[in-house]
Design a binder for this molecule. Sequence first.
Ligand code: ADP
Length: 493
Amino acid sequence: MKPMSRSRTFKSKITLVVMATSGAALLMAILALLVDEYVSHREDAARRLRIIARIVATQSSAAVLFKDSRAAEEILSSLRAEQELVSAAIYSIDGQLFVRYLRPDAGLEGLPPRPERPGSGFRGGNFEMFEPILVDQKVVGTFYLKSDLRQLRARLAWNLGIALCVLTGAALIAVSLASRLLKRVTRPIQNLEQLANTVTVQRDYAVRARQESDDEVGRLVHAFNEMLAQIQLRDDALRKAQGELEERVQARTVALQNALRELESFTYTISHDLRAPLRAMSGFSRALLEDYGTHLDPGGREFAVRISTAAKKMDSLILDLLDYSRLTRQEVKIERVDLEPLAGDVLRLLEPEIRERRATITLERPLPAVLGHALTLSQALTNLIANAIKFVAPGVDPVIRIRAARRDSLVRIEVEDNGIGIAPEYHERIFRIFERLNPTETFPGTGIGLAIVRRAMERMGGRSGVESELGRGSRFWMELPVAPEAPPTNPPP
Ligand code: ADP
């Protein structure tokens, strides 16, 4: 049997089942009735024909005995009233056909040439009978009749028609009744389905289905409600836990921020306060060299030089640290910054180093305006250009290009150099504080410059990064939102 379509509704499936079972039962009943009708009618017809045969045989005995064919024919012609009778005949004692009767539509071939042994039965859908004609218990001839049971067939066809009408009518009534009655059965299930959809879409676990009965469906509704109640309990608990967790995270974040602020202010104070003794160390070591240099032997002078160099190094480290910590503490007000004047200022500031290292710097104009903080951005750009001047192989003159290109709503500022380059595995690491890839003797530095660039970009809502390969130069970049067009300034009257 073909399986029912999975997408059929519950109601249509039940209707189909009801229709199929009741239809099958009705069909069986009608078939049984028709078979019973056929069998009993056939028997009735056979019984009646046997009686007729006996009567005709009795009536025609004298005519057969005296070979009175006219009288015999008259008797046979009385059979005309029997419409089912196809043919009838009387055979004489020597087996010769004496008289016959043929229905107008019957042919002669229907008559047997000779009488057979007395008896009756159905042959090829027809009833046939041979009845002996007796006079004083002695056989003087044989009567034969054949009936096609035409009425029985007509009646069967009629009954079949009626049965089909009844079947169709019953099916229609069953469908309409089933659909009405099934509404009551399927409504709670449909309600349940709607509720399940609502729960899934709106995630509202407080809703409940109405239990209308105590049958299986009612128990299903009850179980569904129980399930919802449990989910609701867990959902509430989860929400509560989530709320508490958020509060705890919030409190920890605040505590961490406070601790960080304290630490930064501590660093700032310490760094600031450290500079005074450092200055003293630097000043006195210089004075020692200038005023008492002649009294010192070469070893003593060397120590004094080392003290002075170390003090200078520490001073620049402290200055960088102060810059870095100021970046976190100071307010960064985002506004429109024109890159061209800003880059010009930075290059002027770096002029002594540029000249000293014989660097060639190209500024690709025009440069667009960005949204940022001028001081912070110029600090970051200074660090990138200073690095580009610094990190070149010995004997190579630095060649640097500065450009800025718009990418959708962002501006990417690039500083490209012909320096020593950076291996890809260090591209992220170098932006962390105190991360350096080269010894201080070859390339002096504090390891804070790029950390300042990263922090500066974060504070302005931008990003920073590098594209580079070892020995093939580097391209450092910073991305900031593009500044909206400046409103046109009114020309003076
Ligand atoms: P510093 O310059 O004080 O060493 P930075 O934070 O500016 O510290 O840089 C970190 C490290 O990244 C440098 O020590 C250097 O190894 C590498 N670096 C930075 N800029 C460049 C560059 N333009 N070319 C090659 N390496 C660079």
